[in-house]
Design a protein around this ligand. Sequence first.
Ligand SMILES: CCCCCCCCCCCCCC(=O)CSCCNC(=O)CCNC(=O)[C@H](O)C(C)(C)COP(=O)(O)OP(=O)(O)OC[C@H]1O[C@@H](n2cnc3c(N)ncnc32)[C@H](O)[C@@H]1OP(=O)(O)O
Ligand SMILES: CCOC(=O)c1cnc2ccc(OC)cc2c1SCCC#N
Length: 389
Amino acid sequence: KRHKFWETQPVGQFKDVGNSNLPEGPIEPPTPLSEVKQEPYNLPGPYEWITCDMDTKEMCSEVYTLLANNYVEDDENMFRFNYSKEFLHWALRPPGYFRSWHIGVRVKTSKKLVAFITGVPARIRAKDAIVNMAEINFLCVHKKLRSKRLAPVMIKEVTRRVHLENIWQAAYTAGVVLPTPISTCQYWHRSLNPKKLIDVGFSRLGARMTMSRTIKLYKLPDSPVTPGFRKMELHDLPAVTRLLRDYLKQFIVAPDFDENDVEHWLLPKEDVVDSYLVESPETHDVTDFCSFYTLPSTILGNQNYSTLKAAYSYYNVSTRTPLLQLMNDALIVAKKKGYDVFNALDVMENETILKELKFGPGDGQLHYYLYNYRLNRALRPSELGLVLL
Ligand SMILES: CCCCCCCCCCCCCC(=O)CSCCNC(=O)CCNC(=O)[C@H](O)C(C)(C)COP(=O)(O)OP(=O)(O)OC[C@H]1O[C@@H](n2cnc3c(N)ncnc32)[C@H](O)[C@@H]1OP(=O)(O)O
Ligand SMILES: CCOC(=O)c1cnc2ccc(OC)cc2c1SCCC#N
């Protein structure tokens, strides 16, 4: 497959896969800031750039609506991600964020938002190197403007604006194969509301299974079973940061979270991110942690339901409570809160517990990418300690 744009970019190229003579690390050196293109890339005539300041309700609303109608759908067009306004506001304004990295394209006359791409700063460790990167996300071109090579312009523009902040690497994920994945992961799904998943056509009644037998199969207790299992609170910040930093050391690529990052990304925020921990009743030590984020999807073409309430496994650490029991408590809480499904990637240690907790493999893959950074071999999902939204 010809990748006319991606073959021009400083990313691992397919022709170089397996060539471990190439050095690990940055592919291209930084450009002197004076040499970075100062003005935005050219857009086709009717369109103009707009910096989407996500702290005005109007702008949050416009971005929400563009994504709600034009963002990612599964291959069978059964679902379309429906990130909420609160979620987008949270996802795009972490510590040290740059407004200039929230980039929109609108029609000059109507002012309609027709495309979007974002970056947020992140400190990512790759092996022993801690690298300041941009996490790129929410690339979206309106359905009516597809296949006009707008995406490469969006990508070059966000790259230019990231370079202006003296950052030269990026991390991103996609369901499509591009040059060149550093890892390819699998989504797994745990039914919490099997009747709804069958009704929308995602799941099918198993052979020799009745609906009541299926409901029974996925039944969960009413409350978590682990003594000391509770919601994370602000005063837990130092302990959770320590627990998470120690745990993430084992992975080849992982975020280098400090307390500020943990406060933003993991302190519970209603209908955005849920975090729980286990505080030992005897010692009051924080021994375990689990979290999931809330990403609903629009259900396309079903008479009875319009929205799927989905929880996505985020960061989990088990040092005393078995991971199986910890994740089961997360399922119990999610079910109690009315989620229809609990999704997880096979990253970190997740694949050791997925089958036993009655997750089923999805048919979609998620590819992880680094921009301007080479690893001399692709990683197994279990070597990856990074979850992007
Ligand atoms: C140092 C800082 C660096 C920062 C930047 C780092 C890099 C960040 C990279 C971005 C990371 C985003 C991560 C992220 O947001 C999470 S992945 C979600 C991406 N968004 C969607 O799938 C939403 C629905 N689809 C669309 O809106 C359009 O189909 C999009 C806009 C996806 C493509 O619009 P289009 O109208 O369908 O297509 P053309 O404009 O004609 O362009 C075709 C070219 O675009 C390449 N393409 C297609 N999908 C891509 C994708 N998901 N990543 C990268 N490239 C993608 C494609 O391979 C081809 O290039 P090639 O000819 O070389 O093959
Ligand atoms: C019921 C299981 O599937 C999903 O939860 C779901 C929901 N919405 C989507 C929207 C776009 C989409 O495009 C790939 C996939 C989904 C999926 S499956 C992959 C995400 C996970 N887990």
